[in-house]
Design a protein around this ligand. Structure first.
Ligand code: GLC
Length: 591
């Protein structure tokens, strides 16, 4: 099967359920009266719990409420098309019946059932693809589990490897562990549970290129169509894993997935109630689908095997929306626009297999005034919206006028949207097109704003640091003021535009940092600003990768039409090697 064919179901799915379940769930985030401040499945490392003591948790693990069909039904009705289940996490405990280690749920707990077998059967019955998470490097139960050693930067202060039971770093032999446990367990997983849609490796800290390759080849040999994520390490994998909860700012190439939490943990923590709302998660889902990125949304089941009630109700709400609007997500491909919109997201359906080509506009914020979309050069045949009221899927026609012109801004589709936002959490307007959407790529004014994303700019990389745009669309390594970035934009009118600069943190949970001095230039004028957090962006997308807005003042353009905007650094604060991490510039037309 070709790579493209293998990936097809994954690209069409767009939405999946991640399940983190293991012995850590029994502790539920608390150890000897201390509540864990980080992700729950890391509790063994956080409190350096001796392996022998940790293993005793198995005696208390008896998840009588576990019901694989209920999990599958909930995921399905939420519009999810696959489940990724933690077969073995960093703690080393197999959540299935493994013959190569008795440290598994069947042999070590009073429960005695194989939840993976039940889940695999339920997935087959319910029509969901099954994916398996397998931590191939870290294993805190084993003396030879991956350990990068004391010199390596720790993970939020925690050890990557088990250096509390096994402090003799020199005695560790990952290769031995790889042969004795990883390969046999991966073989079990891919031979005893039917068809596995994907295998989800994680944390390739010490695994070397040859071992990643061997693991990759083993998966291919056992199940040639099983997809592999890039966290197998060393540049391998069929599709890319974004960082945890990372939402790219720019467009991305190829197939991707963002694993995401529904609160702030993967493994269950009884006191973590920082839930994202259904509307928030749908907004993220739409934005990701508009970039060819799947959303793998996590639930951490309780020790009794049930999903936390809050997760269930959020997923049901998501499901209610998906049952009406899911066709704007499923099988969708990335937006033909190279930039994001403040009002929401765009997804696209290509006119393949006799289908009508469509653009779907998913509104997170319903437009307060008239709505016009510029740059669409394909004829719209019909515009409509759907609502869940009365009839299951009543369609409502939306009136529109369309002009197509050599000028990008005069190429305008104006929709007669109702003033009142429809009751839907995220209303969708579907545009049926005469053919596949052709969109003018020029950066231009949309609903009063021109967005200049870092990945649409020309980077002038003159320094040795070589600034470049990363996978999430952030300009990184901008550490030297000799480097700069510029964009060509199209202005419908001359005049003043206020400038905002959006900058980003570079690492998961790292604080946002600023302090740089910059100049923004046009042919006519220039303004200077200091990068400061005039406003922190508080969207679910920025919970783990903080972003801030700097209001820089007004920029004057003496004429309309094509213009160049240049961002120059006057002084850059190194900020521990992060420098000036740019997501985008935003120009807002003065009223
Ligand atoms: C990180 C964490 C791990 C979690 C994973 C989910 O790699 O170490 O605990 O399972 O993210 O994406």
């Amino acid at each position: 099967m070709t790579e493209e064919k293998r990936l097809q179901w994954f690209m069409d799915a767009r939405f999946g359920l991640f399940v983190h379940w293991g012995l850590y769930s029994v502790l539920a985030g608390e150890w000897q009266g201390q509540r864990m401040d980080y992700i729950g499945e890391w509790i063994m490392s956080r409190y350096r719990i001796p392996g022998a003591e940790y293993a005793k948790l198995a005696e208390r693990f008896n998840p009588q409420q576990f019901d694989a069909d209920a999990w599958v039904q909930l995921a399905r009705q939420a519009g999810m098309r696959y489940i990724v289940f933690t077969a073995k996490h960093h703690e080393g405990f197999a959540m299935y019946h493994s013959a190569c280690s008795r440290f598994n749920i069947v042999d070590a707990t009073p429960f005695g059932r194989d939840p993976l077998m039940e889940l695999a059967d339920a997935c087959a019955r319910g029509g969901l693809k099954l994916g398996l998470y397998y931590s191939q490097d870290l294993d805190w139960h084993e003396a030879d589990g991956g350990d990068p050693g004391p010199q390596y930067p720790r993970n939020f202060g925690m050890s990557w490897g088990n250096d509390w039971d096994f402090p003799d770093y020199a005695a560790k032999n990952y290769a031995r562990y790889f042969e004795a446990k990883v390969k046999p367990q991966v073989r079990e997983l891919l031979t005893q549970y039917g068809t596995v849609g994907l295998i989800w490796f994680d944390c390739p800290v010490t695994i070397n290129a040859q071992q990643s390759q061997e693991l990759h080849d083993l998966v291919r040999e056992l199940q040639p169509n099983c997809l592999i994520n890039t966290r197998i390490g060393n540049g391998l994998g069929d599709y890319g894993s974004m960082g945890d909860n990372q939402v790219p700012s720019g467009q991305v190439e190829g197939a991707w997935e963002t694993p995401a939490t529904l609160n702030d943990t993967w493994g269950y923590k009884y006191f973590d109630n920082n839930w994202k709302s259904a509307a928030d998660t749908l907004g993220v889902l739409a934005g990701l689908a508009g970039k060819n990125v799947n959303y793998l949304l996590n639930i951490g089941p309780q020790p009794d095997g049930a999903f936390p009630a809050a997760s269930v109700s959020i997923l049901r709400e998501i499901g209610a929306w998906m049952s009406v609007n899911g066709d704007a997500i499923h099988n969708a491909r990335q937006s033909p626009y190279p930039y994001d919109f403040d009002w929401g997201a765009v997804t696209q359906h290509l006119g393949v297999d006799g289908q009508t080509a469509r653009l779907n506009l998913l509104f997170r914020n319903w437009p307060a005034s008239a709505f016009t979309l510029h740059g669409l050069r394909t004829r719209v045949v019909r515009a409509c919206t759907k609502t869940a009221s009365a009839d299951p899927t009543p369609r409502r026609e939306i009136g529109f006028t369309q002009a197509i012109d050599p000028d990008v801004h005069k190429t305008a589709l104006t929709l007669d949207l109702p003033r009142e936002a429809p009751a839907e959490l995220m209303p969708v307007v579907t545009l049926e097109l005469e053919g596949d959407a052709e969109v003018d790529q020029t950066l231009t004014l949309q609903q009063g704003v021109i967005v200049l994303p870092a990945d649409c700019g020309r980077v002038q990389a003159l320094s040795a640091a070589a600034p470049e745009v990363d996978r999430a669309g952030i300009l990184t390594n901008w550490l030297d003021p000799v480097d700069a970035i510029e964009w060509d934009i199209h202005l419908p009118e001359a005049g003043y535009y206020s400038v905002d600069i959006i900058t980003s943190a570079q690492r998961h949970s790292a604080p946002w940092q600023g302090g740089h001095a910059v100049r923004i230039e046009t042919d006519d004028t220039a303004i200077q600003a200091r990068i400061s957090a005039d406003e922190m962006i508080t969207r679910p997308e920025t919970r783990c990768y903080a972003q801030a807005v700097t209001h820089c003042g007004d920029l004057y353009f003496a004429s309309a039409g094509l213009q160049t905007v240049k961002l120059i650094a006057l002084a850059i604060r190194p900020n521990n090697g992060v420098g000036l991490a740019l997501a985008a510039l935003r120009l807002t037309a003065s009223q």
